[in-house]
Write a protein that binds this ligand. Structure first.
Ligand code: ADP
Ligand code: MG
Length: 373
């Protein structure tokens, strides 16, 4: 509105573009806000016939409001067509009513060619914007969906390990309850059996609690995350799975200084769980999974290494590409999701690997508190 085009007496600008896009994607509140802004700015610029203009534009906005539902239930190409129709209606209807009210309707027809050009131009811009918005929306929506389905995958793949892991304490407890039933049992032994049984029950409970927390739907929230706490959680979660696969886990935490990063806690967990799970799966039923944390000058480093089958440099390059998997039941989406989450947290991933020797993931993040100040 500040830089209009002058087409031989007809002043023209692209105010309808934000009006249409804002209303279509922001709904009625945004439409009202944009309407008020438009009227205020117009009067601020000292344009004439303020009230006539304010009223002339209302009918076309009503058309848009009543078409919002239709718009949102349409497919992409119909959305583009509808948005072009809306912007044309807004301009045409508003202009006609306005010019008719100030008795200059003939202005609409004096320069038809020049006017049509501007209609086409604004139509193209709005169509392109709608395409871009829909494309990006779709893209982000897809990524969310993939992350969700990967989470469900992890939960279902770990189910067997969890069931197995719970059976052990149950067997132990069963044995001790049998022993407790013996008649001539001294107090000391009785206490001992009871103590072990309770410990085993607690262990089973921890496994179940951890497992359930994995499956819980999580609210997206950006917060400061204590990396060591999350690594402890990670090792607890992976412990069941690694035990099931005969893998040992070794954790070494950097304790001199709190390691803080910024991000969504549950996403962060998901990213690490998948990398850890891949490491366990790369070691065919024997090996050591090492998880370490460290701090360099300005970043926080998490190292997850295994002594499994390893990868060639070609394979490393393919990590993170959707559907790349060398496993029978692999989805090839785990690393894609993990890498996406880590990059979103401004993290960097460095993978080194040697065939037959093992793989090391070095993940570094900018320090959390620096981020916040
Ligand atoms: P999936 O685990 O379902 O196969 P991912 O995206 O998690 O999918 O992993 C893709 C592939 O990357 C795996 O199939 C495997 O070949 C390879 N890979 C990932 N991590 C490791 C690792 N630590 N050691 C060896 N290969 C790995
Ligand atoms: Mg995986």
């Amino acid at each position: 509105m500040s830089f209009p085009i002058n087409l031989d007496g007809l002043i023209y600008d692209f105010r309808s573009i934000p009006l249409v896009l804002g209303s279509l994607y922001g709904g009625i509140p945004v439409l009202i806000l944009l309407y008020l802004t438009l009227i205020l700015y117009r009067s601020f610029m000292g344009s004439p016939n303020e009230w006539i203009y304010a009223l002339s534009i209302i009918p076309s906005l009503i058309v848009v409001v009543f078409s919002l539902r239709l718009y949102h239930s349409s497919r992409l190409y119909r959305k583009i067509i509808l948005s072009v129709i809306f912007i044309t209606i807004i301009k045409l209807l508003t202009f006609s009513i306005y010019l008719a009210s100030i008795l200059q309707i003939e202005l609409l027809f004096t320069k038809p060619i020049a006017t049509i050009e501007t209609y086409i131009l604004q139509g193209i811009i709005v169509g392109l914007c709608v395409y871009l918005i829909e494309f990006l929306n779709n893209h982000f929506h897809m990524q969310e969906e993939v992350a969700k389905s990967e989470k469900i995958m992890i939960v279902s793949e770990m189910a067997a390990a969890v069931a197995h892991e719970i059976r052990n304490p149950l067997t132990v407890i069963r044995g001790f309850i049998q022993l407790l039933g013996a008649e001539e049992l001294d107090k000391e032994k009785k206490n001992y059996y009871q103590k072990i049984s309770l410990e085993e029950l607690d262990r089973a409970q921890v496994i179940i609690t951890n497992y359930l927390s994995l499956a819980k739907p999580d609210p997206e929230m950006i917060e400061i995350i204590n990396v060591n706490d999350e690594i402890t959680y990670l090792s607890n979660i992976l412990f069941t799975y690694s035990n099931y696969n005969n893998i040992q886990i070794v954790v070494a935490l950097f304790e001199d200084h709190p390691l803080l990063v910024v991000g969504d806690r549950y996403k962060f967990r998901q990213a690490l769980i998948n990398i850890g799970k891949n490491a366990i799966e790369a070691m065919n039923n024997e090996g050591i999974l090492e998880i370490r944390t460290n701090k360099t000058n300005d970043s926080i480093v998490i190292i997850i290494s295994d002594n499994g089958i390893g990868m060639t440099s070609e394979q490393i390059k393919r990590l993170g590409i959707p559907y790349y998997s060398t496993k029978d039941k692999g989805t090839g989406l785990g690393t894609m999701v993990s890498f996406g989450i880590i990059r979103k947290m401004n993290g960097k991933i460095h993978v080194t690997s040697e065939l037959g020797k093992g793989t090391m993931y070095e993940i570094s993040f900018p320090e959390g508190d620096r981020f916040n100040t």
